[in-house]
Structures are given as structure tokens and as C-alpha cells.
Ligand binder design. Sequence first.
Ligand SMILES: [Zn+2]
Ligand SMILES: [Zn+2]
Ligand SMILES: [Zn+2]
Ligand SMILES: [Zn+2]
Ligand SMILES: [Zn+2]
Length: 151
Amino acid sequence: MDSEKLVFCSHCNKEVAKANYDLHEPHCMRFLCKCPECDDTVPRDQLEEHKTEQHAEVQCKMCHKKMEKRDLLDHERDECPKRPQICEFCQLELPMGALTEHRVSCGSRTELCTDCGRYVQLKDQLDHPQNCSPHSQTAKDEDTTSSDSDG
Ligand SMILES: [Zn+2]
Ligand SMILES: [Zn+2]
Ligand SMILES: [Zn+2]
Ligand SMILES: [Zn+2]
Ligand SMILES: [Zn+2]
């Protein structure tokens, strides 16, 4: 029974082989330390660098909100109220706030459907194939001709 046991090193938040832990711990404490700001384990000599890299205060270029540098990417991608979004109708990139309004006008533009010869609003084009009826261009007439007759 000589299975290698793992112990959790609280300095670096890693699991270490128990056999190595006696060596690991002093090494870990000597070279690594926890960033007081985020609890991440950082090489001691890089702590200052880490702090300026991750925790420096930066400003979002789009909405000018101030935050830590490490939050900026997430903010720009998911949170920023002014982050650019793509209009699905014209593929134009617009700030989040302006997109809602733009989509209303952009989606109500019409384009000629070459199959049925009708003008279809862009926002209806996804559903249009179901409504597209190239052969019956006449108005909706519900005349069902039953070819079923009793013999
Ligand atoms: Zn460790
Ligand atoms: Zn940190
Ligand atoms: Zn922002
Ligand atoms: Zn558009
Ligand atoms: Zn059509």
C-alpha cells in the first residue's frame, strides 16, 4: 500500500504529493505569496507587477466606468452598456444603446423576394420561407377544393 497521497497546499492552492510536501512548503512560502487583493498566488518577486497588471485602476473607453484592470475584459465583453453589438440585419457594429433603436428601423426595411415577387421586411425574412408562396400570388382565398367524392 504505497499509493501517493495528495495534500492541499494552502499557499499556492494546489495539491501536492504528500512525499514532496515537506520540500514544497518552504519553497512555496519562500517564492510564492498571496496577493492581498485577489487571493491569487503570485511569485513573490512578481507581486508588484501583478498588482499593476491586475489591480490598477483603469477606465472603460466606451462608458468611462472605472474598474480594476482585470475586470475590464469581462466588462467590455458582457457588461458595458456601450459595448458594440452587431446588427443582425446589416452586420453593422453599433453601441448597445443605439442598437435597439437601429434594429427597429433597420429591420423594417424591405427587400424583394425573388421567389414570390413580394417585398418582405428584413425582420420577417427568417419566417418568410414558410409564408413564401411563389405559385399563388393571389390574395388569401380559403377555397379548398375537395377532390374527395363518395362513390
Ligand atoms: Zn504550495
Ligand atoms: Zn491580485
Ligand atoms: Zn464600459
Ligand atoms: Zn442594421
Ligand atoms: Zn418569397
